[in-house]
Design a protein around this ligand. Structure first.
Ligand code: PMP
Length: 369
């Protein structure tokens, strides 16, 4: 009976789940319990205790038995205040910017007008195109990870994509594309260009103030990298006519009451997060210099992570893992990322621990050679 039930279930899954979905592997999030976590571009600093207490008090007043405000007005007002958004711009909120990418791609992706993005870039652009059954065109970056803008323009001309994603700065390479190249792409694109500014806080560059200067632009951001990854809140900024279309696909209560209560309170202390971003930028320079001194090839970064090419990325990753330090091993994920580790910038002591392990590992390696 059990074997028969299992077989019936297996056949039903095979019959009903889409082939392309069954062929996928899930977006893997390793269990990091007990590890120094330098793999997911989180801000390493905890909330100051007084802010944590104020947050606890605010959350205790939330009517958890009620649905949240479907328009998340308090969140939108707080974002408008904190970001001095263009007054005429509309806001789309998501459960992380991951959900915004999903909403935008499903609104635009069609079998005859797909999605285009540089490669390597954030893996969810391709995956969401697949979900939307839209063809995905990947345009290789140059070896130094700059945009090959002429090839991009030719690919846009040929594929006529409904949607172009540009991560600005880019993940996993860390660099910021040339703003004039980006503008040429926006002008050439027949559809929408989504500039994904997940790492804006570390970049000193943004298209947000100019989002309404172009008819076909949305800027996507997140609070994840500045210190609130646990809230799951992303926001898209575009002309209200674009936002109105996307809002039709947004699940009605996609920002929970706890996040809605927390965000205005936390954004009222934006200076705390800004200070933390400055500390991260200073540590980023220190980590990059130290890795270069150890012999790694360190690529320019405008994010809160450092991309470093090691003599043997698998061995370096394993040495770090054995020391309970988690980074992202990109070796094997893309030819341009051969032997590369993506290392999120941590606190000073976390970074020291990382550098110590890598130094020991590289010295042992040289001794054995
Ligand atoms: N965009 C980019 C470029 C990212 O690197 C990430 C996270 N790795 C995201 C979007 C998604 O971030 P979140 O869903 O936490 O807002």
């Amino acid at each position: 009976m059990n074997a028969a039930a299992a077989e019936a279930r297996r056949r039903c899954i095979e019959r009903s789940v889409r082939d392309d979905v069954r062929a996928l592997t899930r977006y893997d999030v390793p269990d990091a319990a007990g590890f120094i976590k330098l793999d997911a571009m989180e801000n390493p600093y905890a909330l100051p205790p007084d802010l944590g207490q104020a947050l606890g008090a605010a959350l205790s007043r939330v009517a958890i038995n009620r649905y949240p405000d479907g328009d998340a007005r308090a969140v939108k007002n707080a974002l408008r205040d904190a970001l001095s958004l263009p007054a005429d711009a509309g806001l789309l909120l998501g459960n992380g910017s991951d959900e915004l990418i999903q909403i935008i791609t499903s609104a635009l992706g069609r079998s005859d007008a797909g999605v285009l993005a540089p490669d390597p870039s954030f893996v969810m652009y391709r995956r969401n195109a697949l979900m939307a059954r839209a063809p995905f065109t990947a345009v290789a970056l140059r070896r130094d990870f700059t945009l090959d803008v002429d090839t991009m323009l030719a690919a846009i001309e040929q594929a006529r994509p409904a949607l172009v994603f540009l991560a600005y700065p880019n993940n996993p390479t860390g660099n910021l594309f040339d703003a004039q190249d980006v503008e040429r792409i926006i002008h050439a694109a027949p559809g929408l260009v989504a500039i994904d500014e997940a790492y804006y806080a570390f970049a000193d560059a943004s298209f947000l103030p100019r989002v309404l200067d172009f008819p076909n632009l949305i800027v996507i951001r997140t609070v994840s990298k500045i210190g609130m990854a646990g809230l799951r809140l992303g926001y898209g900024v575009a002309h209200p006519h674009w936002i109105a279309e996307f809002d039709k696909l947004r699940p009605p209560y996609n920002v929970g009451s706890l996040a809605q209560a927390a965000l205005p309170l936390l954004l009222a202390h934006a200076d705390v997060f800004a200070e933390q971003a400055e500390a991260i930028k200073a540590e980023r320079a220190r980590v990059a210099d130290a890795l270069a001194a150890l012999g790694a090839t360190v690529f320019p970064t405008k994010t809160n992570f450092v991309l470093a090419r090691m003599p043997d990325a698998d061995a370096a990753f394993a040495a770090l893992r054995d020391a309970r330090i988690l980074v992202k091993n990109l070796h094997g994920s893309h030819p341009l990322l051969a032997q590369c580790l993506r290392i999120t910038v941590g606190t000073r002591s976390e970074n020291d621990a990382l550098l110590e392990v890598l130094e020991r590992h590289l010295m042992e390696r040289t001794r054995r050679a």
